[in-house]
Design a protein around this ligand. Structure first.
Ligand code: FO1
Length: 337
């Protein structure tokens, strides 16, 4: 295998990518050459405009993580961050105060916003930012592609007794950051998704891959939105490459984030098998050939193999790059028939 394409959200996907690249570099992935390269197709539906700046959380989390600029505790934003801009905005009483932009992070959004205003598409903006963050470290070994250059935003409908309709729609970031996903998500709507077109290089990255991976990102608002860009799901279903996924649900709940709330809102069982069957076996009209579950969910393997998926139970806690590299090796092994 020489080229691997990963459909990634933010934190979970970025952490998986760290381990995958670690495994490639150390030659521990069976059948994957040490000079293999990785194309990341990243979710952009978490993006939002705030204080006049375009913020792309999943693109930036992958970029900062692989460029070693991420804050390891938060899992988003920059390490060694300061918050003067955020504090000053709050002093002016400017909303939203619940979404924090660090001073170093603001520079990324200023560059991105200026380039977008100058007419550059998000894919070219991302390429420019990655010339600083990824190229020096990875050369041609890593490419970061927005799933689309079009504006797409995930919005969540929640109950709101104060409004006449009894519900209110909030941007996904407000649902996650201000509400901490503590209220049920009645409906998740990805505004603009149906009208969007795959970003430059996205379909080719899937069609020409030797392996396609669905990492333990949110199956609804991260991998789900990427698959929802018209033609992407079809490309994954049709690629000659094996397609393997890793469960983001372990022991019946998400490890971090809000996959449980999102799966519930679309009526999908919150379990390793539930997500694997939601993606579905390619032999049955789905997108997967193989599905890794955590050892705690080993009892669910028969349901998945019965649905036409190759399936194994392995440790799925991304505690460090070595553990994650072992997960990536298990994923490769599962489908490298
Ligand atoms: N997450 C928070 O919990 N609080 C924040 O104030 C916050 C700000 C923020 C700014 C830039 C960015 O790239 C990410 C940020 N995040 C914040 C994380 C963000 O909500 C998540 O990375 C994803 O969007 C959810 O998967």
């Amino acid at each position: 295998m020489r080229n691997i394409t990963v459909l990634s959200g933010g934190m979970g996907g970025a952490r998986f990518l760290q381990g995958l690249l670690h495994g490639i570099g150390s030659g521990t992935l069976p059948g994957v050459s040490p000079d293999a390269w990785v194309t990341v197709v990243a979710n952009t539906a978490d993006d939002l405009w705030v204080h006049g700046l375009k913020v792309c959380p999943d693109l930036d989390t992958v970029m900062y993580t692989l460029g070693d600029g991420i804050d390891p505790e938060r899992g988003w934003g920059r390490r060694d961050e300061t918050w003067s801009v955020r504090t000053e905005l709050a002093e002016y009483g400017v909303e939203p105060t619940w979404f924090g932009l660090g001073d170093r992070d603001v520079a990324t959004h200023l560059v991105r916003t200026q380039m977008l205003d100058a007419g550059y598409p998000l894919s070219q903006v991302t390429e420019a930012l990655c010339r600083r963050w990824l190229d020096p470290v990875w050369g041609a070994g890593v490419r970061l592609l927005p799933m689309t250059d079009d504006r797409v935003e995930t919005h969540v409908a929640i109950a709101d007794p104060d409004s006449p309709s009894g519900r209110r729609v909030v941007h996904f970031q407000e649902y996650w950051v201000r509400l901490r996903a503590q209220v049920p998500a009645e409906t998740v709507v990805v505004v603009g998704l149906e009208e969007s077109t795959p970003g430059p290089g996205v379909i080719d990255a899937i069609t020409d891959a030797d392996l396609v991976v669905l990492p333990p990102s949110n199956p609804v608002v991260s991998v789900g939105t990427i698959l929802g860009v018209p033609r992407v799901r079809e490309a994954v279903a049709a690629t000659r490459a094996p397609v393997v996924g890793l469960s983001p649900i372990v022991g019946g709940t998400h490890v971090r984030g809000m996959a449980e709330q999102m799966l519930t809102s679309i009526g999908v069982e919150v379990s390793a098998a539930g997500v694997g069957l939601h993606y579905g076996a390619r032999s049955d009209g789905g997108v997967l050939d193989g599905w890794l579950v955590d050892e705690r969910d080993a009892d669910q393997v028969p349901r998945l193999t019965g649905a036409g998926l190759a399936c194994r139970a392995v440790p799925l806690m991304m505690t460090d790059p070595d553990a994650t590299a072992a997960m990536a090796a298990a994923a490769v092994q599962l489908v490298a028939g």
